[in-house]
Design a protein around this ligand. Structure first.
Ligand SMILES: [Zn+2]
Length: 141
């Protein structure tokens, strides 16, 4: 007679386990589990999931408005958003140019440096003109 054909085999094993681990270990983990309880459990899980979903949506909105507030505050300082191109920058280099020239680095290259070159060219021309004027004046006297 093989072990598994013995109708008492399961009972014997359960008894052995009970002796070793105690009565509770032998019991089916869901022996007191009813369909009713399972429905309740699933319902509770659904409610919990819904609640968590609502909470995370709420947090997201708070984070978004928090970002808007901090962005506004930074904008008030006028050092993060370039008034020329309206680019919002956290670049340290842009910060430097923003403080010095009231625009970002790219705009500085695009507008200010160009202006300075033009100004320099005008100054040089004016200086040259003045020098020529002086020379003319000197020759006359
Ligand atoms: Zn700019």
């Amino acid at each position: 007679m093989k072990k598994h054909d013995d109708p008492n085999y399961v009972v014997k094993v359960e008894k052995a386990i009970a002796e070793k681990y105690g009565e509770a270990a032998v019991q089916h983990p869901r022996s007191d589990w009813t369909e009713e309880k399972e429905k309740d459990y699933i319902e509770q899980l659904k409610k919990l999931a819904e609640k968590e979903k609502q909470n995370s949506e709420k947090n997201e909105k708070i984070e978004k408005s928090g970002f808007l507030i901090s962005k506004k505050l930074l904008k008030k300082k006028g050092q993060r958003e370039c008034p020329k191109c309206n680019i919002y920058s956290f670049d340290a280099r842009d910060d430097l140019y923003m403080n010095k020239f009231e625009c970002c680095w790219k705009c500085y290259i695009k507008y200010v440096e160009h202006d300075l070159e033009a100004q320099h060219a005008r100054n040089t021309a004016a200086k040259k003109e003045k020098e020529e004027e002086n020379e003319n004046h000197e020759t006359k006297t």
